[in-house]
Structures are given as structure tokens and as C-alpha cells.
Design a protein around this ligand. Structure first.
Ligand SMILES: [Fe+2]
Length: 181
């Protein structure tokens, strides 16, 4: 089923104006998207209805989706982490809106070689991580408190690569099930 077949509720209901984010169709507009993303002021009264914490892994709630982009809400308990992953054919931006997350970036060193970690940085509320076509990273909640983050991907993230850090080999995977679906 195509993403546009089941668009979510109007993201304005959550304090998210999609119009500036649609510049993501133009690669030169990505800086504008990042700037617009930092100005989002989520409506917590409404957003809180979509927050789901799961015991075993972070949850992923799709707030909106069409052919061009999707808006996701991710909820993390302490210790939850993504695999080391790329973003397939998509690019995106993400930002904690509650709590903190840690992003570790990696680079490939060659066939069969372990990935090299190049950056490990804490993201606080309002700090935007940019996920480009060549970005390989892991995001985790390394704190002792829950965290919530907003993500925008264009086009919607359909498949991505999950990496074995020791071999550098990526396995294609689909995004995890949506608890709001
Ligand atoms: Fe990512």
C-alpha cells in the first residue's frame, strides 16, 4: 500500500506545519527544512495522546504521511536504541522534544571491514540531527529518563540498511510496526 493511501490526521493538530517541510523535495531547500524544524512547537496536549512507551524497544508512531514525506513520533525508554542504520533512499531530520538522545555516527572503511565510529554526541531538546543519504548512525536513549523525538523523512522511509558494525555488512529491513497504525 502506498504511503499516500492512508494519510494521518492533519499535523497542524500537533503543532506541526508541513508547508515549510515540503521544501525537502528540493535538496537545496534542506537548510530551510532544518530551520523550520527547529521552530516547531509541538502541541503537547494533543501529541501526548500519541505517545506510547513499549518495554522492549522504542515505539514509532506515524503522525502523517504522503508520497513526499512522513512525520514520525518516536518514544524511547532508557536503554532503547536503533540498530546502526542508513536511510535507504530517504533523507530526514530528527530532534528530541523531550529528554535527550545520543547519536553515534559511523563511516564505512571498505568491504568486510568494521565500521568506524566518527562521532558520538548528545542531542538535547531542539538540536536537529540531519540524516542524509550517506548517513550511517545509531540513536539511543542513554539517559535515565524517557525521551520523545520528532522525525521527518522524505520520501517516507520504506526500507533501510541495518549494519553489523564488526563486518560493515548491511541487511535491508523494513521500519518496525507502528503502534498507532
Ligand atoms: Fe536514522
Amino acid at each position: 500500500m502506498k504511503a499516500s493511501a492512508t494519510p494521518g490526521p492533519c499535523p497542524r493538530d500537533f503543532g506541526i506545519d508541513l508547508d515549510p517541510l515540503r521544501l525537502s523535495a528540493d535538496p537545496d531547500g534542506q537548510a530551510h527544512v532544518v530551520e523550520a524544524f527547529t521552530r516547531l512547537r509541538p502541541d503537547w496536549a494533543r501529541l501526548s495522546q500519541r505517545i506510547v512507551f513499549k518495554p522492549d524497544s522504542y515505539s514509532r508512531c506515524r503522525l502523517y504521511g504522503d508520497d513526499n514525506l512522513e512525520v514520525l513520533l518516536l518514544c524511547w525508554l532508557p536503554g532503547h536504541a536503533t540498530p546502526v542504520h542508513d536511510h535507504g533512499a530517504s533523507w530526514g531530520v530528527s530532534m528530541p522534544i523531550c529528554g535527550t538522545l545520543v547519536e553515534s555516527a559511523y563511516r564505512q572503511r571498505g568491504a568486510g571491514l568494521a565500521l568506524e565510529r566518527t562521532v558520538r554526541a548528545t542531542l538535547t531538546i531542539g538540536e536537529v540531527a540531519i540524516e542524509r543519504g550517506d548517513t550511517i548512525h545509531q540513536v539511543e536513549n542513554a539517559s535515565s529518563a524517557p525521551a520523545v523525538s520528532l522525525h521527518v523523512y522524505s520520501p517516507p522511509l520504506a526500507r533501510y540498511g541495518a549494519y553489523d558494525v564488526d563486518t560493515g555488512i548491511a541487511t535491508p529491513v523494513a521500519p518496525p510496526a507502528d503502534p498507532c497504525g
